[in-house]
Design a protein around this ligand. Structure first.
Ligand code: RUU
Ligand code: CO
Length: 263
């Protein structure tokens, strides 16, 4: 069977409206301008299959939503000499919503350090507690100011069902934590592999507030807001090469796709 490689406008808007409602109920300051066609991250063509059974099927796919309230280069007032290092700084505040059974795919950020607070539900966090030297990912421990292991986690529980065909990309993420509302903020320093998901039997999607340094991710919509000199920077390095290339535009089909589906 060929799996579909699109989402209908109705399904996309319904998913994002539900996420926006949840974020609003959690008192996150959602503004109209924060709702757009880049909010949904469908991580690779094969992941559109998630819409065949819907976001509540609890099936494992790499798909989630992000509403970004602030992404600020924070270069205002910096001396000229600081500019090359400013891309490692900046401010970002976003809320991420993952439905039960779904995931954010394993990745690292060469520049961005991020930290999480679970606002609603529970977050399954998977990570490598140390920087792993990997020339293919462009990561090396040489010449860093510090590179110490971050807080260790536990072994994985045995009921995690990973997205089909993507199991291998999780193998370096040996440490696991289940984060809940009220837990201390969890810092994920730059260059560390991480992924996360919402437990498949959860009653609500997990709502995660992420703060970080600047998010260099030039999506179609985000591009206009980027500092011009940073427009070439992609700071999300996913382990699956396919995702690095395909992340910029979602394939959302209007009426025609819907008719084909019905017919
Ligand atoms: C979460 O780990 C995250 O870094 C988001 O901020 C997006 O950039 C993709 O993954
Ligand atoms: Co990340």
């Amino acid at each position: 069977m060929t799996r579909r490689d699109y989402v209908t406008r109705r399904d996309y808007d319904g998913w994002i409206a539900e996420c926006a409602a949840l974020a609003t109920a959690c008192r996150y300051p959602i503004q109209d301008a924060m709702i757009n066609d880049s909010v949904g991250l469908i991580l690779g063509t094969s992941q559109y299959a998630a819409f065949e059974s819907g976001m509540w099927s609890r099936e494992p796919y790499e798909i989630f939503a992000i509403f970004e309230a602030i992404n600020e280069p924070a270069v205002q007032g910096l001396p000229q000499d600081a500019l090359p290092w400013a891309e490692f700084g900046g401010l970002c505040d976003k809320i991420m919503i993952v439905h039960p059974g779904k995931f954010c795919s394993p990745h690292l950020h060469p520049r961005k350090t991020e930290y999480y607070e679970v606002v609603l539900g529970e977050m399954d966090l998977f990570y490598a507690p140390e920087i792993i030297d990997d020339p293919e990912l462009g990561v090396s421990k040489d010449d860093l100011i510090t590179a110490y292991p971050i807080q260790p986690g536990l072994a994985w529980p045995d009921d995690i069902v990973l997205p089909e065909g993507r199991e291998k990309t999780y193998q370096h993420l040996t440490n696991y934590r289940r984060l809940k509302p009220g837990d201390p903020k969890f810092v994920m320093p730059r260059k560390h592999l991480h992924a996360f998901g919402c437990p498949k039997d959860a009653r609500t999607p997990v709502v995660i507030r992420e703060n970080s340094t600047y998010s260099h991710e030039p999506t179609e919509v985000g591009r206009e807001t980027l500092l011009e000199i940073w427009q070439h920077i992609h700071d999300n390095t996913f382990l699956l090469e396919e995702i690095n290339q395909g992340r910029l535009v979602n394939n959302i089909v209007e009426e025609q796709g819907r008719l084909e589906e019905v017919g």
